[in-house]
Design a protein around this ligand. Structure first.
Ligand code: FAD
Length: 466
């Protein structure tokens, strides 16, 4: 067993285009391991929907390779595994969460102590955070020049196929069911499997379906929650069931094969994939991103803490149909369309003046794609306190947003049965109908007044800074 290597899987639950797995496999037998570490991330341990996804993804992965499941602090588990197995090398994919740099250093020190070769690989991102810098050698804080710099680097090299694998005899691991990752009473995730197919095969299917059916409509259709014109790849990318390089390369190939017909959709889609990169580069620059405003002055913003109001928003009972549809979609499926995420987030931080961190927390617990970089950066973007953010004074009107992006009301009707009979003309402001649907709540506030209050709060923050 002397030439065996331990492969520590993290958010790279795939066999293809996995540099860590390929490097280990090239050297000899492999011991694949996944560690459920609830301690190192502290309060950012996986939320409920993430745990649901993780369960199904690990189940699929373990059906393909003899994955050893262990629970505990990563470096303690790794030490025991390395000692028990006699593996001569450890391979893993780099992770960029705020606690990961220190963890990876501790793991390196552990390997040095045990005389085990330690190899960290890339692959979760297209570009390592250290490699995209402006002319001054600084990290980009604005998305557009960042994305230009990424495009200027050219397309990534082709993705790697699944390597030839042999497996070493491994120490025994846990039973996945014993981890209790899926909810039982109540089983709030009952509807999730209708919507998702976690795992590497599901990720590839989602990619192919998107490129075949939706890419052609992506440029003009991606903002429409009533249509299926986005890829739904975010949870697969988050868990590394597919690499951004596989997504990039397949998109480029589809564009080339379509002789220009897919160029508009393809370019727009690749730019969105770069928002994910941008979020990670920002997190690397500012590891406090999940908790603290990037623009420090927002620490003094006069937010209002109100649990009852927060709950009304969480439950989709605000009385604003597009907001409530989004929150109910999230609860039922673990996902929410990007445009609707912007609308519900704006409603929380501007109409309700609830701190953005409360919304980000709720998303962390309920999204199957909950991602420490994209979620934090996006909430800060909406709240106006992020690096390259929408200005706080730009406040979404939920009625106009609904009318523009769900013009027939199909999205709202799908998620709010109380409004199933309301015609398109009234669907985004049902309180204006003479026979207002009784089962649906009245709007919890007057948007015009809320807007004025939000702008005043911004003024107050600025005055306090003078
Ligand atoms: P597509 O439109 O098909 O885009 C392709 C891929 O590009 C996505 O899968 C995703 O990886 C990436 N991407 C697209 N838009 C963004 C963006 N604005 N920021 C970062 N990456 C992006 N995305 C997450 O993956 N996890 C989160 O926790 C998350 N939280 C968000 C919170 C708020 C308040 C907002 C406004 C956005 C959030 N997003 C988050 C970004 C975006 O909403 C999702 O990535 C997108 O809706 C996923 O659907 P899709 O895969 O069909 O996207």
């Amino acid at each position: 067993m002397s030439n065996s290597s331990l492969v520590w899987f993290r958010q790279d639950l795939r066999q293809a285009d996995n540099a860590a797995l390929a490097a280990a496999a090239a050297k000899g037998p492999v011991i694949p391991v996944y560690i459920l570490d609830n301690e190192t991330p502290g309060e950012w341990r996986w939320g409920g929907a993430s745990r649901w996804w993780l369960h199904h993804s690990l189940q699929k992965f373990a059906a393909k390779i003899p994955l050893v499941l262990k629970r505990g602090r990563s470096e303690i588990v790794l030490e025991k595994l390395l000692r028990d197995s006699g593996a001569k090398a450890l391979h893993f994919t780099r992770d960029y969460a705020p606690w990961s740099a220190a963890l990876e250093q501790r793991v390196k020190a552990l390997c040095d102590r045990l005389g085990v070769a330690c190899h960290r690989h890339g692959g979760f991102l297209l570009h390592e955070p250290e490699t995209i810098r402006n002319g001054m050698g600084e990290v980009y804080k604005v998305y557009t020049p960042f994305s230009r710099a990424c495009f200027a680097k050219g397309d990534p090299p082709p993705a790697r196929p699944v390597p030839q694998l042999s497996f070493a005899v491994a120490p025994s691991g846990d039973d996945l069911a014993a981890w209790n990752l899926t909810p039982q009473k109540p089983d709030w995730a009952a509807g999730f499997l209708e919507n998702w197919q976690p795992g590497e095969a599901g990720a590839q299917q989602a990619l192919v379906k998107f490129l075949d059916d939706a890419l052609a409509h992506y440029a003009e259709g991606r903002d429409r929650p009533d249509k299926n014109f986005t890829s739904r790849l975010s949870p697969h990318l988050h868990w590394g069931e597919i690499s951004p390089r596989q997504v990039w390369t397949a998109t480029r190939q589809a564009m080339a094969a379509a002789h220009g017909r897919l160029d508009a959709g393809g370019e727009k889609f690749l730019k969105e994939v770069l928002w994910r990169e941008f979020s990670y580069h920002l997190l690397h620059l500012f590891p406090q991103l999940p908790d603290q405003p990037f623009k420090a002055e927002f620490a003094d913003f006069p937010w209002i803490e109100d649990r009852a109001v927060l709950k009304t928003w969480q439950k989709g009972q605000t009385g604003f149909p597009i907001v409530d549809a989004g929150m109910r979609e999230l609860w039922a499926t673990g996902i929410m369309h990007n445009r609707v995420r912007m609308i519900v987030a704006s409603f929380l931080v501007k109409d309700l003046l609830i701190p953005w961190q409360r919304g980000a927390r709720w998303f962390w617990d309920t999204l199957v794609d909950a991602d420490i970089a994209s979620n934090s950066a996006s909430w800060q973007w909406v709240a106006g306190c992020g690096a390259d953010a929408a200005p706080y004074y730009r406040i979404f009107n939920p009625v106009l947003q609904g009318q523009k992006f769900d013009p027939d009301g199909d999205y709202v009707r799908r998620w709010i049965p109380e409004l199933s009979d309301v015609p398109a003309v009234s669907i985004h402001a049902p309180w204006e109908m003479s026979n207002t649907p009784r089962a649906y709540p009245k709007p919890m506030l007057d948007h015009g007044a809320a807007r004025t209050r939000a702008l005043q709060a911004l003024k107050d923050m600025k005055r306090n800074l003078e």
